[in-house]
Design a protein around this ligand. Structure first.
Ligand code: KIV
Length: 260
């Protein structure tokens, strides 16, 4: 099982693998496979059909993190701190401590660059492991007016490098780099000594993360360009349920084999 130390040491080595999970059943399928599991607030969209991640509450995140910890006891688990739960140091410390006290998650994740470095510092000063998250930050969707790919200009790339360095200096053990042009993501990766975990950020980061329901093809609403579907989960489920309905309606199920 990965630790903060082995995750940091993986910088520049074999890319780290991260997948999201929201429940115990799927977490148990990922246990001992990917290096880390992220209980992302993306669950608000892919599990709850909400338009964005902003309405996920701390209690919801704690509920799902507990389920994931239950299913994946041998995997390093990160709980996303939801929107509005880390607006100042005191609030962040109170809420991140609640995550540590009420779950067995190993770390929390915080969105933000230089503007949030003091929050990350307050948590790491108090023995809470933090994964940063820079670039396209879904919790900023309303204030920025959409999901905007970052790192398209030299000026923005320099800002992202500054963000990554501030997050590293504040004590984060790794940084998610989301929705960033691959050349910029490479420069960010080269600028810091902690692993960068990319999503929609090309192939030069120190690891990759995907949302499980996207990469297994269960989420059908839309497919972002950066998502590779490793399974057509939705089609498999719908076909299986159709077969079940037909079998029941034609009395093909249950046969003797499934009868006491
Ligand atoms: O909420 C989430 O799943 C995330 C990943 C997309 C990195 O933050």
């Amino acid at each position: 099982m990965k630790t903060i130390t082995s995750i940091k040491k993986a910088k520049g080595e074999i890319p780290l693998t991260v997948i999201t999970a929201y429940d115990s059943l799927f977490a148990s399928l990922f246990n001992n496979k990917t290096d880390m599991i992220l209980v992302g607030d993306s669950l608000n969209m892919s599990f709850n059909n909400k338009p964005d991640t902003l309405s996920a509450s701390l209690d919801i995140m704690i509920y799902h993190t507990n389920a994931v910890c239950q299913g994946a006891p041998d995997t390093f688990i990160i709980c996303d701190m939801p929107f509005g739960t880390y607006t100042d140091e005191v609030m962040a410390l109170k809420n991140a401590s609640k995550v540590y006290q009420e779950t067995t998650a190993h770390a929390v994740k915080i969105e933000g660059g230089t503007e949030r470095a003091h929050i990350i510092q307050a948590l790491t000063n108090n023995s809470i492991a933090v994964m940063g998250h820079i670039g396209l930050m879904p919790q900023y969707v309303r204030s920025e007016g959409g999901y905007i790919v970052r790192g398209k200009s030299e000026e923005d790339t320099l800002k992202l490098i500054e963000d990554a360095k501030a997050v590293e200096k504040a004590g984060a053990f790794a940084i998610v780099v989301e929705g960033v042009k691959s050349e910029a993501a490479k420069r960010i990766t080269d600028a810091v000594n902690i692993p960068t975990i990319g999503i929609g950020a090309g192939n030069d980061t120190d690891g990759q993360v995907l949302v499980w329901s996207d990469m297994l093809g269960f989420f059908e609403e839309f497919q972002p360009k950066f998502v590779k579907k490793y399974l057509n989960g939705a089609d498999l489920v719908k076909n299986a349920v159709d077969n079940y309905i037909t079998d029941v309606q034609t009395r093909k199920f249950p046969t003797q084999e499934y009868t006491y």
